[in-house]
Design a protein around this ligand. Structure first.
Ligand code: NDP
Ligand code: MG
Length: 326
């Protein structure tokens, strides 16, 4: 894949355009602040409440979602994915007109059809590959978080240039941008978070922690071994790769990796991952999640609450407070 950098993108495509950032949460705030710092005319559309107050505090012109959508050329929807459909139907769709652009940072709503856009608007994705706090932090350092862009539909013929201009305004082309399809981004993003990053990693940590404490080992030490130290390992992999990480751990640890890793996570795990990918690509996961969200997310809330009572969280809070830099 080609990597797109600053020189390949032109900010001037946004001259005279108004970008409405819809939602002012993790991504909305970070992306809006970066675009504003790059000279883009940004307004915010959000409902009354915490986010509304935060955007006002940050000096933005803040309106309802409907008003911001009506006033904007580019409507960048940064709401929780499960809310895109309803907010789009009620507040955004009535304020669309030919020639406007819909933008998102995750293709979920388009790929799983909670938004079915009219044919005469451009639809693009500009997706930083990092949490909002990271997007903003790296931008303030004068660099940029890497990101992805995609074009879903392009009646104007200019959709890709607008996506690149926005990516540049957010600093993403400084970090490097990959161009993909919205299906690729959506399926890969869901796969990664369900199998490796969130689902996967969290379960691995919890199983390790539980195994040690059930065998009578001190919980504090189990927390260090199975949770705390993961950051140290991942940081080295992030900066230098897996082999370099193996180069700084002991030979004993490296031999243990080869000896025991496949006994814990054998090929059957990969078979299960293939099934997970099928559930994502077929839309089964999206159906389950959207039904859960529509019912008020009872299972999500119950799991959230149960996790708060798990010893890994209780011991973790204690350990982190002991080792906090005062
Ligand atoms: P957050 O939950 O942090 O923020 C959501 C925002 O939407 C809040 O400002 C919230 O306001 C507002 N909102 C929610 N419902 C409504 C509504 N009905 N009407 C008006 N405003 C509403 O979401 P994220 O920033 O995490 O995610 C936004 C998008 O970015 C998603 O598509 C996500 O997939 C994508 N993304 C997220 C990444 C991440 O790391 N978090 C990374 C890359 C992409 P209120 O305070 O009123 O609830
Ligand atoms: Mg993700």
């Amino acid at each position: 894949m080609d990597i797109i950098h600053d020189n390949d993108a032109d900010l001037s495509v946004l001259n005279g355009k108004t970008v409405a950032v819809i939602g002012y949460g993790a991504q909305g705030r970070a992306q809006a602040l970066c675009m504003r710092d790059s000279g883009v005319n940004v307004i915010i559309g959000v409902r009354p409440g915490k986010s509304f107050d935060a955007a006002t505090q940050d000096g933005f012109q803040v309106m309802t979602v409907a008003e911001a959508s009506a006033a904007a050329d580019i409507i960048h929807i940064l709401l929780p994915d499960e809310n895109h459909g309803a907010v789009y139907e009620n507040e955004i769709k009535p304020n669309l007109a030919a020639g406007k652009t819909l933008c998102c940072s995750h293709g979920f709503a388009y790929v799983f059809k909670t938004i079915v856009p009219p044919a005469d608007v451009d639809v693009i994705m500009v997706a930083p590959k990092g949490p909002g706090t990271e997007v903003r932090r790296v931008f303030e350092e004068g660099f940029g978080c890497p990101g992805l862009i995609a074009v879903w539909q392009n009646p104007s013929g200019n959709a890709r240039n607008v996506a690149l201009g926005m990516a540049k305004a957010e600093g993403l082309t400084r970090g490097g941008v990959l161009e993909c399809t919205m299906q690729q981004e959506t399926y890969e993003d869901l796969f990664g978070e369900q199998n490796v990053l969130c689902g996967g990693l969290v379960d691995l940590m919890k199983y390790g922690f539980e195994t040690l404490i059930e065998a009578g080992y001190p919980a504090e030490m189990a927390y260090f071994e199975c949770v705390h130290e993961a950051k140290l390992i991942v940081d080295i992999i992030y900066n230098k790769g897996i082999q370099a990480m193996n180069g700084v751990i002991s030979n004993t640890a490296e031999f243990g990796e080869y000896y025991n890793g496949p006994q814990i996570l054998g090929p059957e795990v990969k078979d299960k991952m293939k099934e997970s990918l099928k559930r994502i690509e077929s839309g089964e996961f999206a159906r389950v999640w959207l039904a859960e969200a529509a019912a008020g997310a009872p299972n999500l809330k119950a799991k959230r609450e149960a996790l708060g009572e798990h010893p890994v969280e209780i011991v973790g809070a204690k350990i982190r407070s002991l080792f906090e830099r005062k």
